[in-house]
Design a protein around this ligand. Sequence first.
Ligand code: ATP
Ligand code: MG
Length: 425
Amino acid sequence: MAQQQIKLVRGMHDILPDEFDAWYQIEDSWRKLAQAYGYRQIRTPILEKTALFHRSIGEVTDIVEKEMYSFEDRGGDHLSLRPEGTASVVRAGIEHGLLNDQQRRLWYSGPMFRRERPQKGRYRQFYQLGAETFGMPGADIEVELMQLVARFWRQIGLQDIELQINTLGTAESRRTYRKILVEYLNDHHDQLDTDSQRRLQSNPLRILDSKNPDMQAMIEAAPKLRDSLDAESAEHFARLQTLLDANGMDYVINPRLVRGLDYYSHTVFEYVTTTLGAQGTVCAGGRYDALVEQLGGKPTTAAGFAMGIERLVLMLQEQDRVQAQPAPDIYFLMVGEKPQQIGQSIAESLRDQLPDLRLITHCGGGSFKSQIKKADKSGATLALILGEDEAQQRQIGIKFLRQHKDQMTIEQTQLAASLPSLLSE
Ligand code: ATP
Ligand code: MG
């Protein structure tokens, strides 16, 4: 009896070979770029103590309240699959003494887990690329982060992405603003949805971020944080704009850009696209000067960002910007017993001599006809043909798969020397 098929877990997704043109485009160019700007990679475990996220992200956030995959393991430890990367990077930085009185530029990438409603561009396991910097309190490093991301968009060929900035000010100015905002929201209590009514006490700033269409007009008319900024906050934000202008960076100020977490301060920024509908944020970042201390380290200033790779892949596809990975150079046919015995060592010696060669050897036997079909399908430029005759005479046949040119036969000893020019013709 046939076994019943076991399917993928809801909200998860398989990334299939055809999609890796886009993934490599993103990951390869990110890695080069991060290195070029002096950022060094850090890789932390997917599993952390649940307390790490409770203390960093906060108890009254969507992520901690309803999105985390948390469980008790067999030893009774409370663990969670990480929903984001910053908390782990800070934990590791403190634990390994990377953050004490020093400047650091770090980057990471890997899967994150949030149990939210799956839709296009929104999964329960998704990948993020991110950067975190430590020990640099000014707007200059924030501009660098924005420039790094802008250059990344240019390198991978993405368009229609807008830089939005805002300031959350100091903790003091946020406290002042919070009072004013709660007063306003109380006056409009009948217009708040149940989520927002709940947040009114716990996390009122997050209400500004609501996507509920019925609340938009009321939110639009709400008092602005900008008007509650103290001198230090205003100065930091003005400095950021001066530097962005001096660097010729395009941006818009979006007063509704908030993060409902206490560890954020001063600058927040997002790169937003119009091509992905509601899932338009492709990169989110900001300053989080309070987090290191909150997680048990010495007070250390910090700023960083994270971007969702799946959304970038979708954009590359929609904007028709995916660059195909190069096709194989060679498909190597081995027809007959003797050719199958010696073919693989000929292929290995070619790989020794031409380390960049993209070479597929035929496995599985079969007729010339079936092998040449596979060669053609592979997209390779050339087919190398080793039959009984060629094996006997220490020769090899070369067939041009993409050009109208006569097949030729050369000595096996000449092969490595001849291939580079044959492939570039
Ligand atoms: P959103 O408002 O879209 O839910 P967020 O504020 O929860 O985003 P962040 O925590 O700032 O997102 O994460 C940074 C980036 O990670 C987002 O801009 C997005 O590109 C990506 N991202 C977040 N959640 C998901 C998800 N469930 N699936 C795919 N990508 C995601
Ligand atoms: Mg979210």
